[in-house]
Design a protein around this ligand. Structure first.
Ligand code: ADP
Ligand code: MG
Length: 618
């Protein structure tokens, strides 16, 4: 019971409402279509299978942002594997004579045969996932396309398993019935939204929005990619098994370019970054496809005849495919993110009015953790340097910060301040020197490891997870720090950080809609939710108005006093730095030219010469 009790955070509620609405919408449209006699029963089932396939692809592509061109391979594998088990016993010796005996002798109903189909696709998903997890952007898309081609060639080449080009025919069509299709639909919709509401979904989306920032809060994006790929492969396997029994034949060409294109049309039109988009795309395209086919056959009937006495109707060829291409172009032109874009059904205006009070209710318990940093914690660099070829962006920086200290890092533009922050947090690797965290040599640690071991950071060019809400941005970090917490508990902590950084009023707002200053504070909240020993802030006050800057100064001091963490702050606002910092380190053209108390640095002639003097600030 405690599990169920701890489950319903805002995101879970949003996903539950969306799942129910998506199912309701699918149901309504199916009923409507059959009412108007738009589609035969089998076509309606195909519509449901389209939704399943679209959600399968959406689970991976939507959450990682990597548009896979290879998912139809899993669809095909599901089809073949289920066919091995459902083909009539009499047919198997003819179609698959070399299959092992136990397969030749079985003849399972489809609802059992989907199980091996799912298992095999999950396994092959895991195998191919080992490659996918390392790839990004274009190379990931091309690799997925490679899998499609390999799959196609194997379907042809592995004759003992697939009967090659001759196909597996004679699948029992009666095996595909409404109870099975609807159960599969409900399970897949539920599962996809459940994954989306889980930590894995959030990790995937954080990666999609900003990989650098995701790594900076300790999210190992490779793992998120891997698991989303595997799970989505399993859904495709299920979809493929059902699909094979809707058409009765499994052939290599059925699972190649045409089908891939058809699936892409669905998710692109609907909007592949949201599961709602994928489902809506599937419904719309199923209906449009039916209309287009009717039109195409009517037009073909006219071919050869003279129209209005004006011209002779040419033979009609590829009408449906051309129309689909035009639809894709139109959608890309008018709504590049698809009809639905990033949103799930629960966030539509009308759904918010209906369910918003339940979904977005403020939790009763809201508490940021008042964690404590041990007073001996220390972060130190020894002659840290970073070169790009012969150009030294930073050299011989010796900086140390202890728990409870605030150290300022200042210097003119291009001095190497961001380079320092990026190097010490593992976003860049040092070319010289050492980073010491406590007594460990952390020079070669990845940003993920550094984040998990106590370094929280913000970026000079703000990197929030734009499409996620303020709350989601912070929970992503809480999840990493406290994987053991229930969703409600994690949300309560994140909410607490939002409150502490004055973000509560727009806690459900998408991060991209926030003002500059608010986004900077969101980055700080997200970094703090990691409960870091040291906080590294790269120009946190840039873009803030004076009142905000003052509030931030007070807040940082308060956090250090209460929690005892150490802060390294890069800032151009010198009055703020002078007021806030215990010590200041000055960089100029990559070199450390001074360090000491604010007073000492302010009066250092070298510093005045290099930097402060001509601005006359101090
Ligand atoms: P700032 O002190 O303004 O934050 P940076 O650390 O961003 O300065 O940059 C320090 C120097 O390193 C600059 O001269 C910048 O042009 C250079 N630099 C930064 N990134 C790269 C890169 N990827 N390749 C080459 N030079 C770089
Ligand atoms: Mg900088």
């Amino acid at each position: 019971m405690t599990f169920v009790k701890g489950l319903w955070d805002t995101r879970s509620k949003e996903c539950l409402v969306s799942a129910i609405l998506v199912l309701a919408l699918s149901g309504c449209l199916l009923v409507l279509a059959s009412w108007f006699d738009l589609a035969s029963k089998r076509l309606l089932m195909l519509g449901c299978i389209n939704i399943i396939a679209a959600l399968g692809l959406g689970l991976f592509s939507g959450m990682t942002g990597i548009l896979s061109l290879g998912h139809i391979m899993f669809f095909g594998i599901g089809a073949y594997v289920s066919a091995w088990f459902t083909l009539p016993r009499a047919m198997k010796p003819i179609l698959l004579p070399k299959m092992p005996g136990f397969i030749l002798e079985t003849q399972w109903p489809l609802y059992t045969a989907v199980i091996p189909a799912i298992i095999v696709t999950l396994l092959l998903g895991a195998l191919t996932g080992l490659v996918m997890r390392r790839l990004r952007e274009t190379s990931a898309v091309i690799a997925s396309f490679g899998f499609l081609i390999i799959g196609y060639l194997l379907f042809i080449g592995l004759k003992p398993l697939t009967n090659g080009k001759q196909s597996l025919y004679g699948l029992p069509l009666r095996e595909l019935n409404w109870p099975l299709v609807l159960t599969a639909l409900v399970v897949v919709v539920g599962f996809a939204f459940w994954v989306k509401s889980s930590r894995l979904g959030r990790m995937g989306e954080a990666f999609r929005e900003e990989e650098g920032a995701a790594r900076a809060i300790g999210i190992e994006s490779n793992n998120a990619i891997f698991w989303l790929w595997v799970l989505s492969a399993g859904i495709m396997g299920l979809g493929g098994a059902l699909f094979a029994h809707a058409i009765g034949v499994v052939s290599p060409t059925a699972f190649y370019l045409d089908k891939t294109f058809a699936l892409l049309v669905i998710v692109i039109v609907g909007g592949y970054r949201s599961l709602t988009g994928c489902a809506v795309g599937a419904i719309i395209i199923t209906i449009i496809e039916e209309l287009l086919k009717h039109t195409e056959s009517s037009l073909s009937a006219l071919s050869g005849q003279t129209i209005f006495g004006l011209f002779k109707m040419p033979p009609v060829f590829g009408f449906t495919a051309i129309c689909f291409s035009l639809i894709i172009l139109l959608v890309f032109y008018l709504r590049p993110d698809g009809i639905v874009g990033y949103r799930e059904m629960a966030t539509f205006g009308w759904a918010k009015r209906l369910f918003g009070r339940w979904v977005y209710r403020t939790p009763q318990n809201v508490n940021a953790t008042d964690y404590q940093v041990a007073s001996e914690a220390e972060l130190k660099t020894q002659d840290l340097g970073k070169s790009y070829g012969a150009f030294r962006a930073m050299s011989k920086v010796n900086l140390n910060v202890k728990a409870g200290e605030i150290v300022g890092l200042i210097g003119p533009n291009g001095a190497g301040k961001s380079t320092f922050i990026n190097t010490i947090t593992g976003a860049l690797f040092a070319t010289d020197g050492k980073i010491l965290l406590q007594n460990d040599d952390a020079t070669l640690w990845s940003s993920v490891k550094l984040a998990r071991d106590g370094l929280g950071r913000t970026f000079q060019n703000i990197r929030v997870f734009s499409a996620l809400s303020v709350l989601e941005n912070i929970i992503a970090a809480v999840n990493v720090k406290h994987p053991e917490l229930t969703r409600i508990e994690a949300q309560a902590i994140a909410w607490g950080w939002a409150r502490r950084l004055s973000l509560e009023n727009f806690i459900h707002e998408q991060a991209e809609n926030l003002s500059y200053g608010d986004r900077r504070r969101l980055e700080i909240a997200r970094a703090l939710a990691l409960e870091p020993k040291f906080l590294l802030l790269d120009e946190p006050a840039a873009g803030m108005n004076p009142a905000e800057t003052q509030a931030l100064t007070a807040l940082l001091r308060e956090i250090v006093d209460q929690i005892g963490c150490g802060i390294i702050i890069v800032e151009h606002d010198l009055p703020m730095v002078m007021k806030l910092c215990d010590r200041i380190v000055v960089l100029n053209k990559g070199d450390q030219i001074a360090s000491g108390t604010p007073q000492k640095v302010a009066n250092d002639p070298v510093v005045i010469e290099a930097y402060i003097g001509d601005e006359g600030v101090v």
